[in-house]
Unconditional design. Sequence first.
Length: 329
Amino acid sequence: MAQLKVGFIPIEGGHFYKESLEEVVRAEDLGFDSAWMEEHHSVRDHYWPSPLTVLGGFATRTSRLTLGTDIAVAAFYHPVRMAEDVALLDVMSNGRFVLGVAIGYKPDEFVLYGTDREKRGARFEEQLAIMTGLWTRERIDFKGRYYTVAGRLEPRPVTQPHPPVWIGGWGDITLRRAATLADNWIPGPTADLKRLLAGKKRFLESRRAAGRTAPISEWPLTRDVIIADTDRQARELAEEHIMVAYRREYAGGWRHPFIDASIAADLDWLMEDRFIIGGPDQCVSQIRRYVEEYGMTHLICRTFFPGMPHAHILRELELLAREVLPAFR
């Protein structure tokens, strides 16, 4: 079995950048493989709007960690701007960047940007074509329904042919895009195992149908993780912090594709098939289940939820590195 890679999403939002940077530097020292940034807009003390900017900061203080977006929302970027920023981040990190990208879903964010939510999927396909063209060709002349672009990109990315593009999302069309237009699929933390397995199957079927035969070497999976010294302490932290995100955010007007008020209230039900919560031994067995049943090769631990103390996230990194990761290495 290949060695499990483990990454994490640090504290985010508000003015927590100093704490976030400290966590990322510590994680690299402890032997973690990756650090990731999410993107949401206008959320107080949770989420930053500019993941590429934050990752640029991380790039200057790390030398080994893969740095990625999990997830950047394509609808809020011009494709040339995103292609340039990604190329520059790839240069700054010396080829350590992964672009996780999706079409977005949160209504108020589209209102904030004055962007049409209806055609975001069709625009996304043009954006991917433009970005890939700019990264790989000397110049492009693109005339689409939504974008007209002519010219070239400087500087070129370090990674050849371009930094990996992983598409997030769940619908059949999204999975087909991930299979045919990108390098991989990156499922988010909110899906249960049954939905994950069904999505993986559709993703692989779409790749085969498109004649893409290169094997997928990495199966990333984001999970909401709370580890503590005891199972009971981890559960108390989950009640206090993780459920705020699910009740107030996902079920509180975000129109999340499959977290509504009926689901968001039940921690036991969410723990059963989505969260990794417990002391070290319980976390090992929960992680092992995703490795064995889903084939996960890269676990991305989302560690910050509203109000979660920075000091506890540092403790989680220690517990994961010293008491969980050895079971998979």
